[in-house]
Ligand binder design. Structure first.
Ligand SMILES: Nc1ncnc2c1ncn2[C@@H]1O[C@H](COP(=O)(O)OP(=O)(O)O)[C@@H](O)[C@H]1O
Ligand SMILES: [Mg+2]
Length: 477
């Protein structure tokens, strides 16, 4: 299951280029005005870092340079028409972030027409319903129009008996207002980008949480299917262990009796009710003791084998140990566990060729083999055949392992439902419908796949395909 979401790349707004500081000084302009403009351009280049600080520094500079006492820069919010938000303020009872309703006064006129306004009261304070801090005021309000739309205003006041602004001042300030408009618009786009990144990050976090929950659910499913199959197999495994344990314990009893007889022979004293063994009987004891010990050792080896295979199989998934594994050894140990399911139904025909080591989580690959072997055995009524094949596809850099049965086969209408979780044709208690779905996802996780061919009444072949370690498979000729 893949959770990678295909989102179109987010459009990144192009920032306005801020004109660079002029290299040469035009002869006509007074030197202090040029120095002031040069400084304003330098500030606009963003030396102060954060856009908010850039705007504030530019406003401070503009207020001081225009002989003003105070000023303010406010921006429109496209999502909340009729409101301006203060972006920078100098010497006014307005703070960054403060919202001002445009209302129907001169401010509304500037925004609607996109032309500057000259008056005797600060239109922003007026709209905010705040009193002028001083008596007589001359105020100029510039619309900020970087393209077509007006995105805000900049207001500069002269107060306390200064010379009022004139139409000539408006003309002079026109390029300055344009510069403000460009920088302000960059700031707005920057904020917009930041907001979009924040939302994207929130979506990503949500995706990560969903992926985590799915992984947990999947691991639980894997665990419960493992428990279910162990449950189903428990009786068979117990039987497999019981058999050797049975004859080992019976052999021990016989050995105990033989040892009694041998000690009696050594001591030269017969046990009560018995005679001393003669030479022929001693020869028989010697032979049989050897046989009994060899047979018992064999039986115990088989028990040890089954227990260790069981341990491999039930290894906790959380410890996902990727390692190079010999798939044929995995197959052998899985066959040991399912032996009791298979041996009364079918003979196992091994047509296996050696495989290079394959990087995998062996306990999970064992689980896939187990599911396929149990399914094959369950498809066979009796006297069947399970054929195991293996091979290397050098051109594709893959190894494969096939489990073929000559059981009932799969109905064509079921073929594309096999890997659905909970799809089963078996009676309740026999099938969980999870075996193939989990096997499929285990193979996917390993970068491999599970293929199936089947014909009703003829049989079924499942093929596990896994990528081989590159260096181990010779390149195609
Ligand atoms: N070797 C097979 N031969 C016939 N049918 C099979 C074989 N393997 C799987 N199936 C079909 O696929 C179904 C799903 O298998 P699986 O996911 O292992 O669940 P379950 O074995 O619990 O039913 C089975 O119920 C069966 O109908
Ligand atoms: Mg099954």
């Amino acid at each position: 299951m893949s959770l990678v979401m295909n989102r179109p790349p987010m459009p990144v707004p192009a920032m306005h280029p801020i004109p660079s500081v002029p290299a040469a000084t035009p002869a006509a302009a007074p030197v202090d005005t040029l120095a002031w403009l040069t400084e304003l351009l330098r500030l606009a280049q963003g030396e102060h870092g954060e856009p908010q600080a850039v705007l504030q520094a530019m406003l401070d500079h503009a207020v001081a340079g225009s002989g003003g006492t105070r000023g303010c820069l406010a921006m429109a919010d496209p999502e909340r028409p009729g409101l301006l938000r203060v972006a920078a303020a100098t010497g006014l009872p307005l703070v960054h972030g403060q919202e001002v309703a445009v209302g129907s006064g001169p401010l509304a006129g500037v925004l609607a027409r996109g032309t500057p306004w000259l008056g005797t009261a600060n239109p922003l304070l007026d709209a905010a319903g705040l009193p002028e801090p001083e008596g007589r005021v001359s105020s100029v309000c510039w619309p900020l129009v970087p393209m077509e739309a007006c995105i805000g205003v900049v207001v500069v006041d002269r107060a306390g008996g200064e010379r009022p602004f004139t139409a000539a001042d408006l003309d002079f300030a026109r390029p300055v207002a344009t510069l403000f408009a460009l920088v302000t618009d960059n700031w707005r786009m920057h904020e917009d980008l930041r907001e979009r990144l924040r939302r994207l990050e929130a979506v990503n976090e949500e995706n990560r949480a969903v992926t985590r929950r799915l992984a947990e659910a999947h691991s639980q499913l894997l665990q419960s299917e493992k428990l279910a199959s162990i449950g189903q197999l428990a009786a068979g495994v117990a039987h497999e262990i019981n058999n050797p344990v049975g004859y080992v314990s019976s052999n021990l009893k016989t050995l105990e009796r033989y040892i009694g007889q041998l000690f009696a022979a050594i001591d030269g004293r017969a046990q009560p009710g018995a005679t001393l063994p003669d030479a022929e009987e001693l020869e028989f004891l010697r032979q049989d003791v050897n046989d009994l010990v060899a047979e018992s050792a064999q039986g115990l080896k088989r028990v040890i084998c089954i227990v260790s295979d069981l341990k491999n199989f039930s290894r906790v998934d959380q410890v996902e140990a990727w390692d190079d594994a010999d798939l044929l050894a995995c197959l052998d140990s899985t066959l040991n566990i399912v032996n009791n399911e298979v041996k009364y139904k079918a003979v196992v025909d091994r047509r296996l060729t050696p495989l290079p080591p394959v990087p995998c989580i062996a306990s999970q690959i064992n689980q896939v083999m187990l599911n396929l072997l149990v399914n094959a055995a369950q498809a066979i009524e009796r006297d069947g055949r399970i054929t195991l094949r293996s091979g290397v596809d050098e051109a594709a850099g893959e190894v494969w392992l096939e489990i073929e049965d000559n059981g009932c086969g799969i109905a064509p209408e079921h073929m594309n439902r096999l890997f659905e979780p909970f799809f089963t044709t078996k009676p309740v208690g026999q099938g969980t419908g999870l075996g193939l779905s989990l096997s499929y996802s285990i193979m996917r996780k390993h970068g491999g796949r599970l293929e199936v061919r089947s014909q009703r009444g003829v049989g079924t072949t499942f093929r596990m395909v896994l990528p081989a370690r590159k260096a181990l498979v010779a390149p195609a000729a």
